[in-house]
Ligand binder design. Structure first.
Ligand SMILES: Nc1ncnc2c1ncn2[C@@H]1O[C@H](COP(=O)(O)OP(=O)(O)OP(=O)(O)O)[C@@H](O)[C@H]1O
Length: 258
């Protein structure tokens, strides 16, 4: 199992949870990642901003070991992903949480069962009382204790997103991947989700990669933003840096909003 020392470099005293170095990935002639580099520091929310088809999903798949890059290195929590065996990858993934754009809730299961599922799989033999207390905490976090016996089909889009977030957080992951967390939500609900993303970070000290092109989401959740364009990191900075940029390609993201 290959490891790197989890530090950000000599000038900074912050540890990294994800390091992506010189990542290349192409499909036929379609070069999707072209020497892409990224670092995520502990307790940091990094937004990867990019247009549809720019390679955001490919990047996340390479980071979590679901896709093999053509070259380059990916370190997650100090582990070199390429050197991990399947069972080691599975173990590492238990420290990662995912909020999918589709929510990926099990339709035939109640909210309670959806939340119980990862807990039982991860902690075989856990006492029911302890499982119940984890479920209660997860639901309290997103303010939806009353939905415990409901089916996903009975939830609104915003409620389903909250339950999916509760499930993503129930194992207290060290890193959480948010895929378009506000897509398809009305502005008020989207704002509530953004607030929950911040709350989770503050409460559980989680680090995050947030994939989005919603500039309101960027504004409220990002400690740092990376703009993925033509396979490369076109710009890196804060939301303010982006907002103040006069670069045409960056301004486009703000124009999409209006
Ligand atoms: N398994 C695959 N085989 C071939 N091409 C792929 C594969 N996966 C992704 N691609 C291509 O890689 C490019 C980037 O896709 P990706 O899904 O990462 O984009 P994205 O930025 O996540 O887009 P969106 O915001 O629409 O989800 C696209 O051109 C896509 O067609």
């Amino acid at each position: 199992m290959g490891t790197i020392e989890s530090t950000a470099g000599s000038s900074e005293d912050k540890s990294t949870v994800i390091v992506v170095e010189h990542l290349y990935k192409k499909f036929g002639d379609n070069v999707v990642l072209d020497d892409f580099n990224l670092k995520v520091f502990t307790q940091e929310n990094v937004v990867v901003l990019g247009k549809s088809g720019s390679g955001k999903s490919v990047l996340v798949k390479c980071i979590v070991g679901l896709m093999k890059p053509d070259s380059g290195r990916v370190y997650v929590l100090g582990e070199d992903i390429a050197t991990l065996k399947e069972d080691e990858l599975d173990l590492l993934r238990t420290k990662l949480g995912f909020l999918f754009q589709s929510n990926a809730l099990y339709d035939s299961m109640t909210v309670r069962e959806n939340l119980e599922f990862p807990v039982r799989r991860h902690w075989e033999g856990m006492e029911q009382a302890e499982i119940d207390s984890k479920i209660t905490e997860a639901l309290e976090n997103v303010g939806l204790e009353d939905t415990i016996d409901m089916l996903p089909s009975e939830l609104s889009g915003g409620m389903a997103k909250r339950i999916a977030l509760a499930r993503a957080m129930i194992l207290k992951p060290e890193i959480i991947f948010y895929d378009e967390p506000t897509a398809g939500l009305d502005p008020v609900t989207a704002r509530e989700i953004n607030a929950l993303i911040l709350k989770m970070k503050r409460k559980y000290h989680t680090s995050s990669i947030i994939i989005t092109h919603d500039m309101e989401c960027v504004k409220h959740t990002a400690d740092r933003v990376l703009l993925l364009l033509e396979g490369k990191c076109y710009m890196e900075g804060t939301y303010k840096d982006l907002e103040q940029s006069t670069d045409k390609k960056i301004k486009q993201f703000f124009e999409l909003e209006s």
